[in-house]
Design a protein around this ligand. Structure first.
Ligand SMILES: *Cc1c(COP(=O)(O)O)cnc(C)c1O
Length: 517
């Protein structure tokens, strides 16, 4: 299997190159030259597969045997999920007759990003080891992973890469501006290859520094910078697996239509569901995009306009008060991992929409080239004007597979509360609550027999503020007793290692990195 850029060009990459490169030089994201179909016997053959078995079966369709043998792949996958606390890795939990949540947070940092980043870390290590074994000059290929975080991604990346040979990881966070649990999760990892930089500044400052490092050709060439952000193809691929696992687990209980509803930010998690569907996983109901007040995607499905700022305030606002906006236009909400202005992985869906609706669709290579040109044009326009409007045929195509809803902070809190008071009583984190709220609205458009699976993306203990706020009036509720995992209790007391950066200054950060690698 080869991969190419959503913005066109003739470049075709192997899986290894795709994973190590991240973003294409022309600014595009890599997608597979074709979406593989499932083997004809998949449903009987795979039905009792474990998470690891399913990962091997699905990933094999996207990775040539010559690149990673089946044995090697099994080893990588098994290693990646051995540390998860649940034997199913991502178990399904029933909350109602037609409502299930898929718990994606049984990994080391208690959030769904572990599913992808545990595998990505092992893939990086595997590729580097092999490159070094093949080198004849005695030198060593190394990778320096640099990233900025406002919380979740940083800790999942650190746990994915800790203690990996020939890889150093530098994660910048705004000092004092991440939650105490998230800060503790990151800085209590004291492996020699892990470096936490607490930058005096904002998250945007951190992100700007990382961007300048990546665009510094000299620095990048010397240190072989690697990225772990959600545009990395391996992250999408790893996430397709749990859609299949959930499908099979549900089928053991009930034969019915299934709708997946996904709390969405950068569109990575739900895009994995789209690939699962395109491969042949039965999903006749729409994939449900659930956003918070940062609703660029919900607005797209309403209007066909992909725009940073809502230019049609005439649209009825039915969901109450929205969060406050920072200077860049991002609204701060109770579900911070979904606080985004634009969704980077959405570009991948746009490519498929462009490809399906290209006129004069004779030759697949011609269509592919045209789709690349179209996406390139849309993205340029987006960059220039902050908005782009797609033709109505494209919007119709998007509506065949997806529906979308926006959820306010107020509704998020209400849902946390009603689910806690419901039967079974179950405490959800604010991101999952966004999904649950959207799902309840989407159910009105489903057939009566459709069962919903809402992806639960974080453990509630990671977002104590929102959960406590929602449940403070409930006399039966005790955060420490009901939510706090034993593992978290000791975390705040553990030894930490963190490097203070006194100013948000790229030269200071460079010095730190150069001092360690
Ligand atoms: C990252 C994240 C999301 C959003 O996932 P995307 O793939 O960016 O759409 C939702 N919830 C939590 C807890 C996350 O960490």
């Amino acid at each position: 299997m080869k991969y190419f850029s959503t913005r066109g060009g003739d470049q075709e990459l192997s899986f290894e190159e795709t994973v190590l490169t991240g973003l294409a030089p022309n600014g595009g994201l890599y997608i597979p030259v074709e979406i593989p179909s499932l083997p004809s016997n998949w449903e009987t053959e795979w039905k009792d597969y474990s998470f690891v078995d399913l990962s091997v079966a699905i990933l094999s369709l996207y990775i040539s045997r010559e690149e990673i043998s089946e044995l090697e792949l099994r080893d990588l996958v098994a290693k990646s999920y051995a540390g998860f606390r649940h034997p199913y890795v991502t178990p399904l939990r029933k909350l109602g007759e037609k409502k299930y949540v898929l718990e994606l947070w049984h990994g080391p940092t208690w959030a769904f990003k572990d599913v992808a980043l545990q595998l990505l870390g092992n893939l990086f290590e595997f590729f580097l080891k092999r490159r070094n074994a093949r080198r004849m000059d005695g030198g060593t290929d190394k990778l320096t992973v640099v990233g900025a975080t406002s919380g979740d991604t940083g800790s999942a990346a650190i746990y994915g890469l800790r203690n990996k040979a020939n890889i150093s990881i530098f994660i910048l966070h705004p000092k004092g501006r991440v939650s105490p649990i998230q800060e503790a999760q990151m800085t209590t990892v004291t492996d020699a290859n892990v470096h936490n930089l607490a930058v005096k500044g904002t998250f945007d400052d951190c992100q700007d520094i990382v961007k300048s490092l990546f665009s510094d050709i000299q620095f990048n060439a010397t240190h072989h910078l690697g990225a772990v952000n959600s545009i990395n193809w391996a992250r999408i691929l790893a996430q397709t697996v749990y859609y299949f696992l959930a499908y099979f687990h549900l089928r053991k209980e009930i034969q019915s239509e299934v709708q997946f509803v996904v709390p969405t930010g950068n569109f990575g998690d739900i895009l994995a569901g789209y690939y699962a569907k395109r491969m042949g996983l039965p999903m006749s109901a729409h994939l449900g995009v659930a956003t918070n007040a940062n609703d660029i995607l919900a607005r797209f499905w309403k209007t066909g306009r992909y725009e940073k700022v809502d230019s049609s305030p005439e649209l009825p606002v039915s969901d109450g008060k929205q969060g406050t906006q920072d200077a860049s236009g991002v609204k701060e909400t109770l579900s911070p991992a979904m606080d985004i202005l634009i969704s980077s992985n959405f570009e991948r869906l746009l490519w498929y929409l462009a490809f399906e609706t290209v006129e004069d669709a004779s030759d697949v290579n011609v269509r592919r080239a045209k789709a690349g040109d179209i996406v390139d044009g849309w993205m340029l326009k987006m960059k220039k004007d902050g908005k782009v409007e797609v033709p109505v045929t494209v919007l119709e195509f998007a509506r065949r597979d997806f529906c979308a809803e926006r959820v306010s902070d107020e509704q998020t809190l209400e849902t946390i509360k009603s689910q806690f008071l419901g039967s079974p009583s179950y405490v959800v984190d604010p991101h999952t609550a966004v999904g649950l709220t959207a799902a309840a609205r989407m159910a009105n458009y489903n057939s009566l027999s459709t069962v919903q699976i809402i992806l639960s993306t974080a453990h509630p203990a990671k977002f104590s503020e929102a959960v406590s706020q929602a449940l403070q009036g409930s006399s039966q509720f005790d955060f420490n007793r009901d939510v706090m995992p034993e593992e978290f209790k000791g975390l705040l007391q553990k030894d930490r290692r963190v490097i203070d950066v006194e100013r948000p200054d790229v030269e200071l950060v460079k010095k730190v990195i150069e001092g360690y690698v």
